[in-house]
Design a protein around this ligand. Structure first.
Ligand SMILES: [Zn+2]
Length: 253
């Protein structure tokens, strides 16, 4: 299985528009972060987790010529607003499968009504096949995917376990019962926004104590704000099995 980090930044991305913060002005490529998303590829299959406003550029940059579906963690704008840009895939492949919580499917229908409508549909609009995700394992071809339930302040969010890899973003609280699903996994990706606490995201300390509980072989941090600091400086301070993810990083599991 090959994972590509399409984006590793928080909702505004890095650099933030108009910001003079030193991290936003950094020349280091690893300090430039598009909105969070990953590509998960195995055998001949390619899935994307979340489809934010940078989706078009991320798919061009990764050279991805087809997708088998999109999984959504939750309905916040930085995770969904690229959905219109599935059109090139839709024109080539036909209807695109999406996987999300019932509430998220509903939110997508409100924001992208022209994609979901069946009446007087605009000829250039894409069509999706909605698959409802419950907190139960489901199959993507030959792979079992296990949802991991968590809370983003009060909002329910799904993380996903694909074999020996788990991807969790926008988490603030995860119950022990859910942590059991990913204990001792090979590779864990989890959000770490900044040093200071935040009402709906793990800060760095919370992410590190979460990683201790999960006890993965390796962990990567994502959904990073410019206020976390420079990539190279923060990474030096992390435990030896914990790394900062960065855009275009690829890992094989
Ligand atoms: Zn987010």
């Amino acid at each position: 299985m090959k994972i590509t980090f399409l984006g590793t930044g928080t909702s505004q991305g890095i650099p933030v528009i108009g910001s003079n913060h030193p991290v936003c002005l950094s020349k280091n490529k690893k300090d430039k972060r598009l909105r969070v998303s990953i590509l998960v590829a195995w055998d001949d299959y390619v899935y994307v987790v979340d489809c934010g406003p940078d989706f078009r550029y991320q798919m061009l940059r990764s050279g991805c010529t087809k997708i088998d579906g999109i999984l959504f963690t939750h309905e916040h704008s930085d995770h969904i607003m690229g959905l219109d840009d599935i059109r090139p895939y839709y024109f080539k492949q036909g209807d695109i499968s999406i996987y999300a919580h019932k509430r998220v499917l509903k939110a997508l229908k409100v924001k992208f009504d022209y994609i979901f409508t069946t009446k007087n549909k605009y000829p250039g609009a894409p069509t999706v096949i909605s698959n409802r995700v419950k907190n139960k394992p489901f199959k993507l071809h030959n792979l079992e995917v296990i949802p991991v339930n968590g809370k983003h302040n009060k909002l329910q969010v799904f993380g996903f376990k694909f074999g020996d890899f788990a991807y969790l973003t926008d988490m603030k609280t995860v119950k022990d019962k859910e942590i059991e699903k990913i204990k001792n996994i090979k590779v864990l990706v989890v959000n770490a926004l900044r040093i200071e606490p935040h009402h709906s995201h793990f800060n760095l300390d919370e992410a590190l104590s979460f990683i201790k509980k999960v006890n993965p072989e390796k962990a990567y941090l994502t959904h990073i704000s410019h206020t976390l600091g420079f990539h190279d400086e923060i990474e030096k301070k992390l435990p030896k099995n914990v790394f900062l993810a960065y855009d275009e990083l690829q890992i094989t599991i």
